[in-house]
Structures are given as structure tokens and as C-alpha cells.
Write a protein that binds this ligand. Sequence first.
Ligand SMILES: NC(=O)c1ccc[n+]([C@@H]2O[C@H](COP(=O)([O-])OP(=O)(O)OC[C@H]3O[C@@H](n4cnc5c(N)ncnc54)[C@H](O)[C@@H]3O)[C@@H](O)[C@H]2O)c1
Length: 361
Amino acid sequence: MKNPLYIRIKSQERHIPVYVGKGLEKQLVHWLNEIYPQHAVFAIMDDHVYSIYAQRVRDHLLAHPGFKKILKFPAGEFSKNRRTKSVLEDQLLSARAGRDTVLLAMGGGVTGDLAGFVAATLHRGIPLIHVPTSLLAQVDSSIGGKVGINHQQGKNLIGAFYQPAAVFSDIRYLRTLPRDEFINGLAEVIKYAVILEPSLIDFLENHRERILAREEDTLLEIVSLCVSLKIRVVEKDEKEAGYRSILNFGHTVGHAIEKLTDYRTKHGMAVATGMRVALKLSHQLLGYPFSQVQRICRLLDGFELREIQVHSLQFHELWNAILSDKKARQQTPRFTLMRSLKEPALFYPVKQEELKYAVGG
Ligand SMILES: NC(=O)c1ccc[n+]([C@@H]2O[C@H](COP(=O)([O-])OP(=O)(O)OC[C@H]3O[C@@H](n4cnc5c(N)ncnc54)[C@H](O)[C@@H]3O)[C@@H](O)[C@H]2O)c1
């Protein structure tokens, strides 16, 4: 295992360690014994991750004197709600989880967001450890401190910024991740390459086979790089006052597609199409090189992130869904676009005809 990366949270003068490696269970328990020797330890998993990993994780956690139990909830986005949150809280309180409790959120982004929000509010905040097990959670949701749940009116409408005490990102968990979930996470990896690290584009082009075969060292390199890129953004703009919105590249149209398809389209798939549209807009409006647009589209194709035909959805429905986005101002949506390979254009206003042209509708 390499030395940890650190997230420097300026507002709290804290350094949060992020361990990225292969087979980290022993280190995790060692760390818990060292930092929280007197605490009670609980873990939360979804039932899918539980069925694969609970036994093994329990065997390791038993080496901590305060280990209590692993709680589970039904896997899937539909569990990211108030009801599941209160069920988990009831279970923790019945098991006498006090203020001296550490909570491990082990799973994909749903578990991280939900269990993270439980940790943020139980006893006004107990220590949280993220153990992300999906590619999306490793490269994205476990870093940055956003936790929360959905509401009927939309995704992630209730939540908090709550930084974990540590993150343990073990790429061996990715072996058991279903293929479509792995591909889903790759969309975010490609996003980092486009907005922050052009050399990652070369790497992804040159290592396609190894990535799809989930070769460990290749994944280790990718996850470590993406984690350090996200840390860089979060450190500059912890609470999304401005610069952090660079991470929304591809998400304006992506979120609209998810909404219009009742969340049946996977986030990564929707964002991949959103990135294609954002790249075309970047070319159309800001002169971003067309050869680069073509190159990224080929890369997305190569990783099976195929284009969703946006014009087959009614354009006005797409437009309205985008306008209901919290970032729209005065009936004009704001996009994260790129001016050049390394220069973003944040909150760029896009007109209806411009978007229509870019989606080919
Ligand atoms: N907090 C943030 O900054 C942030 C950022 C991006 C996304 N998110 C949130 O993340 C969520 C999506 O995350 P996700 O794609 O990881 O979804 P998810 O948590 O639902 O996981 C996807 C599926 O993979 C399974 N799984 C996870 N790890 C596995 C493993 N190692 N082996 C086998 N199966 C495994 C899960 O059980 C689930 O069925 C969304 O709710 C989104 O809003 C949050």
C-alpha cells in the first residue's frame, strides 16, 4: 500500500487520510485500533454488498474490541430516503450506539451518501469512515464530504457537508462489481480526464484492455490519480461556491436524461451523453478543438458508454428538465464547458437554439 493521500480541509484545519490500495482490511482495523481504541464500531452495507463481504469484514473487525454489528438495507437508489435513514438510526440507537461510535459506510455511492448522512446527524455527528466499493464511489462520491438523501421532488435535496475521518479505497472490491456498474464509474474517470488531466486520456486509450479486464495495478493507478484530482478541486472549493462546479461537466444534460427516464438510465451512461453534448457546445460556442471532441467520443464508445439519442426524447422536455436544475438562472441553463484542453468555462449560459443544435434535435 502506498502512503495515504490527504484532503486538507481548510475550514476545519483537518487532514483527512485517503488510503488507496489492494487488500486494506488489516490496515483499516489497525487504524481503527490506533485512532479510536475506545469507540464502538458499527458498519452499514446494502444487502448486496453485505451478501458478498459481511462475513469477511466481520472477521477483520472482530480484532477491534468495540466492534458491535453490521447493519444492512436494501440495495438501490430507492433506499436513499428518509425512511431508510430512520430505520438505520433506530437500529443504531437500539444497539446503544452513543457519541463514542465510529460508523463505517461500506459500499457504493448510495451507502456512502445515506450512511454518511446518518453519521452526520446521529448525536450531532459521529466519526465516519468511507469504505467505497464501487468505482464511482472510489473515484468520486467518497471524496468531498457531500452526504444526503433524495426527496420525491428530486435527488440529493436533503443533506450536509460532512467530512469523513478517513477513506479506505480498496480496489480489490472492484473485482465483484457488476460490469455495468464498472462501466458506469468509468464515465466519471473519463470526465476527470477531459476537465483536469489530458494525460489521463492517453492512458485510458492505451490501457483499454487492461482496464476492462480490471487489472489491479492499472486500476490502482487510475483510482489514485482520480482521487488526487478530486482532492485538488475540493481543497480549492470545499462547499461548491464556484470552482467545484467544474465537476458538473456533462451533468446538466446527464441529470435531465436521468430525470426524463425516471432514473432507469444509469448515471454514468447519462453523464457520458451529457459530456458529448457539453463537448459539442464547447466547440460550437468556445472554439474547443473539434478533433478533441471526436477523440473523447471515440474513447466513450471504446468503453461501451454509448450515446443516448437525445433528440428521440422530446427536445422541449429535455429543455424543461434542464431549466428545473438548481443551477439554471432566469430561464437560462448554466453549463460547465471547456474553452481548451485545460481551461474550463464555468456557469456558461446556453440558449435554447444552441442546445438544440448540439443535441442534433
Ligand atoms: N456524495 C457525492 O459527492 C456523490 C458523487 C457522485 C455520486 N453520488 C451518489 O452515488 C450514488 C451512486 O453510486 P453507485 O453508482 O456506487 O451506486 P450504488 O451504491 O447503488 O452501487 C451500485 C450497485 O453496485 C453494488 N456494489 C457496490 N460495490 C460492489 C462490489 N464491490 N461488488 C459487488 N457489487 C457492488 C451495489 O450493491 C449496488 O447494487 C448516487 O446516489 C449518487 O447520487 C454521490
